[in-house]
Design a protein around this ligand. Structure first.
Ligand SMILES: [Mn+2]
Length: 321
C-alpha cells in the first residue's frame, strides 16, 4: 500500500505533518495557476508534481476538489463537452507526467453533503453527520428534478469519451461512490450508492483502466460490509484507490467517527487488502477536529490525520503489510 494524504496544491504545514507521520505519496486537488485559480494546464501540473518531489513526496492521485466537479458534464447541461474535453486533456497531462490515478465521482449538483459539521464525537471532538429527515423540505436546485436514468446516460457518455484516453495514457480512473449514498438530494438523483451500482458503472465501458475508489465510509453508510467489498473489487483488480475512514449509522442517518470507533471491522479490512494484494494508494480521510483546532475545513484538520495515520500504520504492521 502507498500511504497517502490529501494535501493542498502548494507548500503547506500539512505537507510536513504528513511526511513526519510517515506519508510517502500525495493526493492532490487540481494545481493552482499563476493567478491563484484552479488550473488544468500541463505546466502547472508539472510544477505541482515537482514541488511534491522536491519535498520527498510522490504525487500519485489527482482528486479534483470542489472546483473540478464538472457539474455541467454530470447534469448534461450547458457546455458539457467542454468539461469532458478538459478532463481528457488532464488525463493526457497526467499520463505524460506518470501520475497514475485520477479519482472522479458522479455526484451531480453537489459534492459530499452533510447536515452538520459540528457533531460531537469521542471526548468532544467534532465530526460531520448527515440526517436525511432534515432535507425533507429542502428546495429543489436550479437543475430541477434530475432522474437517475438521466445520470446513468450521462455517466455512460462521459466514460465513452474518457476511457479510451485513460487506456492510451495508462492512467487509472477511479470512481468514488456518492456520499451520502441516498436516492436523491433536493431533486437530484444519486446513482453510485452501493457495491452493485459501482459494478454496473465500471462495466458501462469495461477497461483495465476503469475501476473504483473504495471510500470505506461512504460504502459503510450504504450498509456494505467493507472486507467483502475489498475482496469483490480487489480480486478483479478494480481497486485503484482507497479512502480510509469510518462512520456509524445508515445512508439516511450517520455520523463520521474516529477511525477506530466506527462500524467497520478495520483489522479485517486491512487483512482483506493484503489478501487481494492491493498495492495502490490509500489516503486517510475525513478525520475529526480535535481540541484546540479550528473547524474551518471540517474533516481535514491536522491532529485527526495523525491519529488516523498512526492507527492505519499500526494495523498494517500487525499483518506484516
Ligand atoms: Mn471518500
Amino acid at each position: 500500500m502507498k500511504i497517502s494524504d490529501v494535501l493542498p496544491p502548494f507548500r503547506h504545514k500539512l505537507w510536513s505533518i504528513a511526511k513526519q507521520g510517515g506519508v510517502t505519496h500525495a493526493v492532490s486537488r487540481l494545481p493552482l495557476g499563476a493567478d491563484g485559480r484552479v488550473s488544468w494546464e500541463f505546466m502547472d501540473l508539472l510544477n505541482l508534481k515537482e514541488s511534491f518531489r522536491d519535498f520527498g513526496l510522490q504525487l500519485e492521485v489527482i482528486e479534483p476538489g470542489l472546483d473540478g466537479q464538472m457539474h455541467d458534464m454530470k447534469l448534461g447541461t450547458g457546455d458539457r463537452d467542454k468539461d469532458i474535453e478538459r478532463c481528457r486533456q488532464l488525463i493526457r497531462h497526467m499520463g505524460a507526467l506518470d501520475i497514475p490515478v485520477f479519482c472522479y465521482n458522479f455526484m451531480a449538483g453537489f459534492n459530499w453533503v452533510r447536515t452538520s459539521t459540528t457533531t460531537p464525537a469521542r471526548g468532544g471532538a467534532l465530526v460531520t453527520s448527515y440526517d436525511h429527515s432534515l432535507m425533507r423540505r429542502a428546495p429543489l436546485t436550479d437543475a430541477g428534478i434530475v432522474t437517475g436514468e438521466r445520470l446513468w446516460d450521462n455517466l455512460k457518455y462521459f466514460l465513452e469519451a474518457i476511457v479510451p484516453v485513460a487506456e492510451e495514457c495508462r492512467v487509472k480512473i477511479a470512481l468514488h461512490p456518492d456520499d451520502p449514498p441516498v436516492k436523491s438530494i433536493r431533486g437530484i438523483a444519486r446513482i453510485i450508492t452501493g457495491m452493485e451500482a459501482m459494478d454496473k458503472a465500471i462495466n458501462l465501458v469495461p477497461s483495465d483502466y476503469s475501476g473504483i475508489t473504495l471510500c470505506q465510509g461512504t460504502l459503510a453508510a450504504a450498509g456494505a460490509d467493507i472486507p467483502t467489498v475489498i475482496r469483490h473489487f480487489g480480486s478483479q483488480k478494480k481497486l485503484f484507490f482507497v479512502h480510509f475512514r469510518d462512520v456509524r449509522g445508515t445512508a439516511e442517518r450517520f455520523s463520521e467517527t474516529f477511525h477506530d470507533d466506527g462500524q467497520t471491522n478495520m483489522p479485517e479490512a486491512v487483512r482483506a487488502y493484503k489478501e487481494v494484494g492491493f498495492d495502490g494508494p490509500v489516503r486517510i480521510d475525513h478525520t475529526p477536529t480535535l481540541a484546540g483546532e479550528d473547524n474551518l475545513d471540517p474533516g481535514y484538520a491536522e491532529m485527526g490525520r495523525l491519529f488516523a495515520l498512526g492507527y492505519l500504520k499500526g494495523l498494517l504492521e500487525s499483518v506484516d503489510y
